[in-house]
Design a protein around this ligand. Sequence first.
Ligand code: ZN
Length: 444
Amino acid sequence: MEQLLVPSLPILRGRMLPLLKHCCAFGTHHLLTWGSIFQTSGREQKQIRSWSAQCSANYDRASVPEKDSPLKNLTLHDNSLLDARILYCTSPALGHNKEAHPESNKRVPAIVDALEKLELSPKHRGSQVLEIQNFNPASLDDVARVHSKSYITGLEKAMSKAADEGLILIEGTGPTYATETTFQESLLSAGAGITLVDSVVAASKLGPNPPLGFALVRPPGHHAVPRGPMGFCVFGNIAVAARYAQHQYGLKRVMIIDFDVHHGNGTSDAFYDDPDIFFLSTHQLGSYPGTGKIDEVGQGDGEGTTLNLPLPGGAGDYAMRCAFDEAIAPSAQRFKPDIILVSAGYDAHALDPLAGLQFTTGTFYMLASSIKQLAKELCGGRCIFFLEGGYNLQTLSSSVANTFRAFLDEPSLAAQLDDPAMLYEEPTRKIKEAIAKAKGIHSL
Ligand SMILES: [Zn+2]
């Protein structure tokens, strides 16, 4: 691998800081639209006032530093990195919300609550589990490595219209919505991933077992395409982090594993012709957005570095164990990544309302544990998870908690979290056929 360029303290760059303190200053509401892309959705002032209150509380606590302040709160000392087993950042995007929308601002707080209840939080774990707070948003340059400048500036300009309207919908995208805070909160979520790249890479220079990273962020990112938002996603958080890892640290070969129930079409689009980024997606056959067919393998120089494994409805723990052993692990072993990034969507859970796979908290534990081991074998343990989907708050939060248990090498909590009565028999013949086909296409 190339020599790593790692600062002795992990978070030293002074990135541009949007004025988050103004994020909750909702103005009067006028009927406005942004070109033909955004359409108005009616006014939701009452709801927004309540988000505004939550948003203020959040940012008072988070105290994102001003542009010219030293980043003294951001640094983790070497000893902290040596002791830590998990580093995580939260970006709940409380102002980015739409009534009755499944991608709601309750998602990250629900996870934080579950970590607390299951004694997996820093309060219970001391130096084992560290939350990095007060991290910087991504810079516009960071985001522009993935997204077109016209999209980024267009979204920024749309914020004043969102402020007037309360909320705008983006046509034909899932639907994806935006509020006045969407631009800034999305930059913060992308910044969480960048911060974790900094910290995990720094830790990997100190010892052979760096902590796992987890960006507990929203809006999610893997559907956002280079030229726009899509499928509840605004900026491709994981794609931005992948480009950053390459650019900042010379981590040339990046493997992205996406086990969200939906195809990560945005990530795929960003890297479809790139031979240095291997994108592997498992998803439910026929689910949104309809891309990710098994014969989509990349193009040009990137032919062969995209692997899609659509799974039949009802696929669950058996399917993913086979997929890991027969497709994910051998692909990673052949590709030899310098870092593994994971689009961790939890909407493949059997009780998730948006899809029809049958993962359990035990499945997510198995995936986390196996991917952790893979990263240890192949890339010095450098591995960061990014929250994508997951819309049943209870199964989302318990599944993330069980992921943390796997990161800590502690026994799975599946026996207490999963109800076997929720499951039915997996379609094993179709599962075997799909995996065999993917193996054939990719000569695994
Ligand atoms: Zn999803």
